[in-house]
Design a binder for this molecule. Structure first.
Ligand code: PXP
Length: 254
């Protein structure tokens, strides 16, 4: 199975908004990312609009449409966001938990607790052809609840794994990686497409990319940060090369 890379350009908007200026433009980064080989663009329209704005979503939608590449619209499960997604008609919608005071998306969606609300949003998004993904922890009950909610995709939260690996906490990282592997296998067996994302960098991408059921990684913060030093195309090329190396090693083992 091939492994796609979705590039999240939220933090280009974070830099723009730090000055209340009109640049750097997220859409310019998105175009560069697609030219450099990204398979799609991911953007999170947060309720507080701290990075991506409504106008960004409109131009990103046009760009992705023009280039024939998917836009993955990350959003909270609220009527406002569902309404915006229904008119933007993105290729994909990824439902995430959102708290205003958090710095970034801290944990996965609780699909068990929010079953009715999430199933309703999923059904509405699917009426405009959006492929709906739920951002969850690799927990078997959350995976089963995602199937019941009508999602076609789960995106497994890799943040805890990446944090543990970067902190050198090997045993904890191994234990979380084991859960990610089991979660990916279960989700795939239940007929879901499996994605993964959050916190991934060059040092953590290979063990995640080596999970065979994963079809897509969504990576943002690290790539945009690295772009400051080497440029976005180079950062994307290097990330893709590591993803491909992980898959080649996997095939060699099979
Ligand atoms: N996937 C989801 C669902 C996210 O919320 C985020 C962060 O916006 C990412 C992937 C990308 O995470 P990062 O910016 O840490 O690479």
């Amino acid at each position: 199975m091939s492994l796609r890379l979705g590039v999240n350009i939220d933090h280009v908007a974070t830099i723009r908004n730090a000055r209340g200026a009109s640049y750097p433009e997220p859409v310019r980064a998105a175009e560069l990312a697609l030219i450099a080989g990204a398979d799609g663009i991911t953007a999170h329209l947060r309720e507080d609009r701290r990075h991506i704005s409504d106008a960004d979503i409109a131009v990103l939608t046009d760009l992705c449409h023009k280039r024939g590449k998917p836009l993955n619209f990350e959003m909270a499960v609220t009527d406002e966001m569902v309404g915006i997604a229904l008119s933007a008609r993105p290729h994909a919608a990824c439902l995430v938990p959102e708290r205003r005071e958090e710095v970034t998306t801290e944990g996965g969606l609780d699909v068990i607790k929010g079953q009715n609300r999430i199933a309703d949003a999923t059904a509405r998004l699917r009426t405009v052809g959006a492929r709906v993904s739920l951002f969850i922890e690799p927990d078997p009950d959350q995976i089963r609840a995602s199937v019941a909610a009508g999602a076609q995709v789960v995106e497994l939260h890799t943040g805890a794994y990446c944090d543990a690996a970067r902190a050198g906490e090997e045993a904890r990282a191994e234990a979380i990686l084991k859960r990610l592997k089991a979660g990916a296998a279960l989700a795939h067996d239940l007929g879901l497409e499996v994605h993964a994302g959050h916190g991934i960098d060059y040092a953590t991408v290979k063990p995640i990319a080596a999970i065979p059921q994963i079809a897509e990684l969504n990576i943002g913060h690290f790539l945009i940060g690295e772009a400051i030093f080497v440029g976005l195309p180079e950062a994307i090329h290097r990330m893709r090369a590591l993803m491909e190396a992980a898959r080649v090693e996997l095939e060699a083992l099979a």
